[in-house]
Unconditional design. Structure first.
Length: 352
């Protein structure tokens, strides 16, 4: 059976979804939905598919089996609920939504909605860095205790976002539409890896601030967080959008009898064992190098597991974990009003 796919939101990351869909056998991209006429024109020209201006019209006309959500954060909920209501499976970009209340409604809908056939639609969230070869090797090494228990982790996200990045798409710099800045839009992938590899987070402490773009955005462009995991070990995240260029994301994990460091590749060093290097996949043609290499791997996996009918392993409940950590950071900074940089000290209630 050929599965029919619809992309809602035709922007930067939708190109990667379109590339992935066209590389998967038995999947057909049947249409694109976008509110903007110029983006609909671009989709028709670049992808040679029909377009629609509303989700409801697109679902009615194109009868998709799967809806890909690549809209701004604050639009995720309405698109996802419309797709679920029509019995469609959903694959959405991160974060699952711009705020926790909206995300909770998506979780509830994903758990309670059934199609006319009685089948529950599947919802996946694009935390594609879990598919990086380095991340999977780190996860397996920590879980297996190959080098003993983990002692802690340090991650860096040093990227560059010029003012034009925000002025060209103002939703990115607004609390109301993005739900935050650097942490929710860029570093959330690294937050997700830290909690996935190192274990559940029970406390957050740190600083958020607008250090370079205070005249342009109301959200943060720099953050330093200390995450305390359920095991008692800590992870440190240092992130900024004020670097001079987009540098590789790094993740260091110290263990009792070895160390792991990922960047452009993974270096594993153990006591009395030879060093091991794991090369990463190259990014796809349509992906920006700093996005990582695994978007297409996640999308393929979502479709390959379609027939089994099981919940996708990165589902809304799984996606809530990193969103709660990010929102805990903002809440601990007093909601981070007026670009204030404050200390935050949070316990379990934010992370349950």
């Amino acid at each position: 059976m050929t599965l029919r796919a619809l992309i809602v939101g035709y922007g930067s990351v939708s190109a990667v979804h379109a590339e992935a869909l066209r590389s998967i056998s038995d999947v057909e991209l049947v249409g694109v939905c976008d509110v903007a006429p110029d983006r609909r024109d671009a989709a028709e020209c670049e992808l040679a598919v029909p377009t629609a201006s509303t989700v409801e019209d697109a679902i009615r006309r194109f009868a998709p089996d799967v809806v890909h959500v690549t809209t701004p954060h604050h639009e995720h909920e309405s698109v996802i609920l419309a797709a679920l209501g029509a019995g469609c499976d959903v694959l959405t970009e991160k974060p699952i939504s711009s705020d926790l209340s909206s995300a909770d409604r998506i979780v509830a809908a994903a758990e309670n909605t059934k199609s006319q056939s009685g089948r529950s639609p599947r919802v996946g969230v694009c935390f594609q860095n879990r598919y990086n070869l380095s991340a999977q090797a780190m996860k397996e090494t920590v879980d297996s205790r190959r080098f003993g228990a983990p002692l802690g982790a340090v991650a860096t996200v040093a990227w560059h976002r010029p003012p034009e990045y925000y002025t060209s798409k103002p939703w990115r710099g607004s609390w109301a539409t993005s739900g935050g800045g650097l942490l929710i839009n860029q570093a959330i992938h690294t937050v997700d890896l830290l909690q996935w590899i190192m274990g559940p987070v029970v406390a957050v402490r740190g600083r958020v601030g607008t250090d370079a773009l205070s005249e342009v955005i109301e959200v943060e462009d720099t953050a330093t967080l200390t995450l305390t995991h359920e095991s008692g070990v800590r992870s440190i995240l240092m992130a900024t959008n004020a670097a001079p260029t987009n540098l590789p994301v790094t993740l260091d994990i110290a263990m009792e009898h070895g160390n792991m460091r990922s960047g452009t590749e993974l270096l594993m060093t153990g006591d009395d064992t030879p060093d091991e290097v794991i090369k990463e996949r190259l990014p796809s043609d349509r992906a920006k190098a700093y996005w990582g290499s695994s978007h297409i791997e996640l999308i393929r996996d979502f479709y390959e597991s379609h027939e089994d009918g099981e919940t996708f392993w990165i589902d809304p409940n799984e996606a809530m974990k990193s969103l709660r950590i990010v929102k805990a950071a903002y809440d601990g900074a007093g909601g981070f009003p007026h670009r204030a940089a404050r200390d935050l000290d949070l316990g379990n209630p934010y992370l349950r």
